[in-house]
Ligand binder design. Sequence first.
Ligand code: C2E
Ligand code: MG
Ligand code: MG
Length: 264
Amino acid sequence: DAVQSRMELEMDLRDALQNDEFFLVYQPTFDLRTMSPTGMEALIRWNHSVRGVVQPDDFIPLLEEIGLIGEVGRWVLKEACRQGAAWHAAGYPVGMAVNVSALQLDTDEFLTDIQDALTASGFDPSTLTIEITETALMSNAEETAVRLTAVKQLGVRIAIDDFGTGYSSLAYLQRFPVDALKIDRSFISRLTQDQEGETLIRTLVQLGKSLSIETLAEGIEESSELSLLKEEECDSGQGFLFARPLDLAACESFLHDWIGSDSD
Ligand code: C2E
Ligand code: MG
Ligand code: MG
């Protein structure tokens, strides 16, 4: 059954892009000092005709396996930049973060894809952040450092996603042009459980400070977690406590409330 289901999913996935079945939801990030929103992270969803909405963990690995991640990744970049530019034009100066797979990073098209998405949308490069997992960075470190430097030269920001779960060499961390560390959710959920959890967060935040890299805590769900993160002077955060990933309509009202309350 599992094999059958996988084969079906794979076949459907091959048509999904053409059938316009992918869409993006956006999860806001916040400045923990001022508590004001700083940007949105674009997260892909697949609207399957029978299964309904499929989550990325259930189809991104499959896209990578069947060699379609490049094409879909290109679409995500384009769509996120288009939406970001539209929000800027509407008076919402939000940053936009886009997740990128290790396989995208391994190709020469990666740089062109980012350039194309920026040119087509007119989105300001300094407000775009590319998120790369730690594991992806380290899989081909030498080449990755060269590619990321080229991306950086476009003026785009770079963040390491799920930081702390992979196998990072601190020496490399300094060689990659990294702007932000997104501290993995597992560290945040440990935070209020024991003293060690707090010590780990302190260490990660201090690491960011020493290297002048922004730290962003992922998956903040409890206000007790938020208080501790503020105490440790973690720069920014994201999580269900603030906002879940939002569809377009919810984003519009979120942005409206934010800008509205700013000008009040
Ligand atoms: P990620 O980039 O680390 O994204 C964060 C994930 O954690 C999202 O799941 C988000 O919904 C979830 N999350 C956020 N706040 C909380 C919280 O407070 N509690 C809990 N329990 N979860 C929270 P999602 O959207 O299912 O995405 C999963 C992963 O799929 C992402 O992890 C990212 O690695 C990948 N992904 C998503 N969109 C794309 C994409 O366009 N391209 C690529 N290559 N990967 C993507
Ligand atoms: Mg991410
Ligand atoms: Mg993450």
